[in-house]
Design a protein around this ligand. Structure first.
Ligand SMILES: Nc1ncnc2c1ncn2[C@@H]1O[C@H](COP(=O)(O)OP(=O)(O)OP(=O)(O)O)[C@@H](O)[C@H]1O
Length: 555
């Protein structure tokens, strides 16, 4: 009953914002037309807005989970038309805070001790409040300032209910929408469910922060706050409190005298290092989650601070390698290589025609190169390339989509900080250096050394394993010989059966022909048989004799 009410509410909101237009031309249109008289329509001002803006407003009205849904959709530029994706990316995840006392109760329950025992101070008024969690400032008993991220009450069950509805809606769209195979609505909802599930587990977010912090320990480029594990569970995350300026607050950055030019180039470097050195990248890198350290001592050599570690990306070894090579091929405008790499990486089916894909890649990329390199967005080229490849059945792994989205964000932040930022000039040497280091003999030797203990552990078992393997091979060949003998027998038996069947049919047929000829020629008087009748009868007799079982066939 509750989900019916919720479905009705969603339907009403969608109709009110005239989003039923999006379903015009599909079978759903008929049903929506029936429901229209019962729903007040949007004001003229809203109706005049473009479809993307109407969708954004409707999602905002539907609440936090739909806002999250819209934000995730905005990153799927491979699925969304650009106008809709641009609008959805404006969705703000700021929602009314929940009661601070409720937050205290959740913290007490999660940590298993009173708030006063766990913290010297806990601010009931939240610092920030988003759709899934809200953040409170606090102080530990040792004097350290921290922030405590607390999951919203009942958020998990709300998400479950809304996801169930979205799944039902996706199934409907999949059945009715003409472009369902391209949009793959159910796969999109499944991806959203995964992302939300990851964000619902704060212990996991804490673990992500810890790993990232380890990779960037002592760095002048990126700082990651420390996780206070003694005050962290799956519903409560306690982090060292940091102070900084959001990277899109240009006025504040200028007022603090920060060298934006140096900062912008650092952003691009940090991204490539995360992806290709560490294979562990912060994948929710919008300006609100990337701050700039406001410490005055760091003005000339500013560094970023990362926040919000709910979503991180990792590529498989193969994807990482092929992606790096793909970037290099884009830098070199080597379209043949781009096409080959897409197929070798397994992103495209092996039967793809390389020359066709090469021509398509050239058609997509060449127009970009008429502009100065400093104006070109590498992320955009990548999006266009993947889109083109999708026409040839590209199956993009979610991790690659995440990467593409992160690159878009990073370039966006970089260009905001320094509109003249030449992304290619910064990115190319960084990537080259990382690749040289990654595949250098020293690195390969180090990798071998790392695996040495594993090899040494297994070494004593090697002779026995080798012996067992050889034995299996010999036994296998022996068994193969037996099997081949049996197969030969079977083939002989089939041939024999065929011979007898053909003989029997032919023999009987010829005897019938002989009898008919004899009947026709000799007539009712039954005189001597005509020559043709004799020939047919003899042939029939021979065929029957040939079909007679002989030798082993008689058994
Ligand atoms: N370590 C920290 N130190 C200081 N402030 C913090 C810290 N962590 C988070 N905050 C504040 O809390 C806000 C929300 O934090 P966070 O982004 O982790 O939460 P969220 O629920 O995932 O929000 P969103 O979905 O908007 O990204 C941040 O924008 C920042 O203002």
């Amino acid at each position: 009953m509750r989900s019916l009410r919720r479905a009705w509410r969603i339907g009403r909101v969608l109709l009110r914002y005239r989003l039923d237009d999006l379903l015009d031309g599909t079978p759903a249109e008929r049903w929506l037309r029936l429901a229209r008289p019962f729903v007040p329509r949007a004001s003229g001002a809203i109706a005049a807005q473009p479809r993307g803006a109407r969708l954004r407003l409707a999602l905002q009205e539907l609440g936090p989970i739909f806002v999250k849904f819209g934000q995730i959709l905005s990153t799927r530029r491979d699925l969304m038309p650009p106008d809709v994706a641009d609008e959805l990316s404006l969705l703000q995840d700021r929602v009314a805070p929940f009661d601070g006392d409720a937050a205290r109760a959740i913290v007490e329950h999660a940590l298993g001790r009173p708030v006063a025992e766990a913290f010297a101070r806990f601010d009931t008024e939240p610092l920030a409040s988003a759709s899934i969690a809200q953040v409170h400032a606090a102080q530990l008993h040792d004097g350290r300032e921290v922030v405590v991220k607390v999951l919203r009450p009942r958020i998990a069950s709300q998400i479950r209910a809304d996801i169930a509805l979205l799944t039902a809606l996706a199934a409907l769209v999949e059945r009715t929408h003409p472009n369902a195979d391209k949009i793959r609505p159910r796969a999109v909802v499944a991806e959203i469910e995964n992302t939300l599930a990851a964000e619902l587990d704060l212990q996991r977010e804490g673990a992500n922060a810890s790993v990232l912090r380890r990779f960037w320990a002592g760095s002048d480029d990126l700082y990651v706050p420390e996780v206070i594990w003694s005050h962290t569970t799956d519903r409560v995350l306690t982090l060292e409190r940091v102070h900084g300026i959001p990277s899109d607050d240009i006025e504040a950055l200028d007022a603090a005298g920060i060298d934006r030019h140096a900062l912008a180039a650092k952003g691009v470097r940090v991204f490539y290092t995360q992806v290709f050195r560490d294979n562990f990248f912060h994948a929710d890198a919008h300006a609100g989650n990337i701050w700039v350290d406001s410490d005055p001592a760091r003005r000339a050599n500013p560094r970023f601070i990362a926040l919000d570690f709910g979503i991180v990306g990792q590529l498989s070894d193969e994807d990482q390698y092929y992606l790096a090579e793909n970037f290099m091929a884009i830098f070199n405008r080597d379209y043949r290589r781009i096409a080959e790499l897409h197929v070798q990486a397994g992103w495209m089916p092996p039967h793809t025609r390389i020359d066709e894909l090469e021509a398509a890649a050239r058609a997509v990329c060449e127009p970009y190169f008429t502009r100065p390199l400093s104006e070109i967005s590498l992320a955009e080229v990548l999006v266009k390339l993947f889109r083109t490849a999708q026409r040839y059945e590209l199956t993009l792994q979610p991790q690659l989509i995440l990467l593409q989205k992160t690159l878009l964000n990073i370039e966006g932040v970089g260009r905001l900080l320094d509109p003249k930022l030449d992304i290619w000039a910064v990115a190319r040497p960084v990537l080259e250096r990382i690749l040289v280091e990654r595949y250098s003999p020293q690195r390969l030797a180090a990798e071998f050394r790392r695996r040495l203990p594993e090899l040494v552990t297994h070494a004593p078992q090697m002779p026995r394993l080798l012996h067992a393997w050889l034995e299996q091979q010999v036994d296998g060949r022996h068994r193969t010989q037996i099997v081949s003998r049996e197969l030969a027998e079977l083939v002989r038996a089939i041939r024999e059966t065929q011979r007898r069947t053909v003989g029997a049919i032919l023999g009987t047929g010829l005897l019938v022909v002989a009898a008919v000829l004899y009947g026709l020629e000799a007539g009712p008087r039954l005189g001597p048989a005509p020559a043709w009748s004799w020939i047919a009868a003899l042939g029939g007799g021979w065929a029957l004799l040939a079909a007679w079982p002989r030798g082993r066939g008689r058994r």
